[in-house]
Design a binder for this molecule. Structure first.
Ligand code: PLP
Length: 227
């Protein structure tokens, strides 16, 4: 696994350099959903600094078992409001906030433990009805509402293009994410940061970096196929 992580990091750095970006401006989120504690331990020992998890119960067990390590845990799955209390306790960042209702619950739970929870707003960039995320035209309104919660800090946006065999096909979606980020920055909403763009996965992360990604979420290229 160490070779795989090194290889991804090299591709990440090479791509950043090629498009004139500082390689520190892109971070690798190793997506460890469905991987055993032992495999995740190996990933951490091999240099993974940020782990991405999709399922709350699975993540709770893993994070508890691996608490000796100084790594960050990011939630990248779909979050139901009734699970927000667990997410807030264990995750440094939640990438998938897509409603004021969910944000309100996160804020309430974060307040209880005296935490400022960092979040990203998930955009439904493909505008497919079956997909999670805020539609692009409602994003500013929703961010304005969420920005009023004291125990939440909006750090940026997350998005997922449809799957294509050819990663170049995903490019217009990444470009659109960057445009939406610019639009929100221009609004200068108090307390809202647009530092992070969580986009790009195993198949398309290099294109995502070219278009401004700061957090690439990579599972398969590190851990192999999930069963
Ligand atoms: C599983 C998952 C990933 C990782 O996908 P790979 O193609 O295995 O790299 C990234 N982001 C999200 C939201 C995921 O659910």
């Amino acid at each position: 696994m160490i070779d795989k992580i090194k290889n991804i990091e090299k591709r990440l750095i090479d791509t950043a350099k090629k498009c004139g970006r500082d390689h520190d401006s892109v971070k690798l989120v190793a997506v460890s959903k469905k991987m055993s504690q032992e495999r995740v331990r190996v990933a951490i020992e091999s240099g993974a600094k940020i782990l991405g998890e999709n399922y709350i119960q699975e993540a709770r067990e893993k994070i508890e078992a691996l608490k000796e390590y100084d790594v960050s845990w990011h939630f990248i799955g779909h979050l139901q409001s009734n699970k927000a209390k667990y997410a807030v306790k264990i995750f440094d960042m939640i990438h998938t906030v897509d409603s004021v209702k969910l944000a309100k619950e996160i804020d309430k739970q974060a307040k209880k433990i005296d935490k400022i929870q960092e979040i990203l707003i998930q955009i439904n960039i493909s505008e497919e009805e079956s997909k999670s995320g805020v539609s692009a035209d409602k994003t500013i309104q929703i961010i304005k509402e969420i920005s009023r919660f004291d125990n939440i800090r909006i750090k940026g946006l997350m998005g997922m293009p449809p799957y294509y065999d050819n990663p170049e096909m995903a490019k217009p979606y990444f470009v659109r994410m960057k445009e939406i980020q610019g639009m929100i920055e221009a609004e200068k909403i108090e307390g809202v940061l647009m530092d992070e763009l969580s986009m790009g996965m195993t198949g398309d992360f290099e294109v995502a970096i070219q278009e401004g990604s700061t957090l690439v979420r990579i599972g398969t290229a590190i851990f192999g196929a999930r069963s």
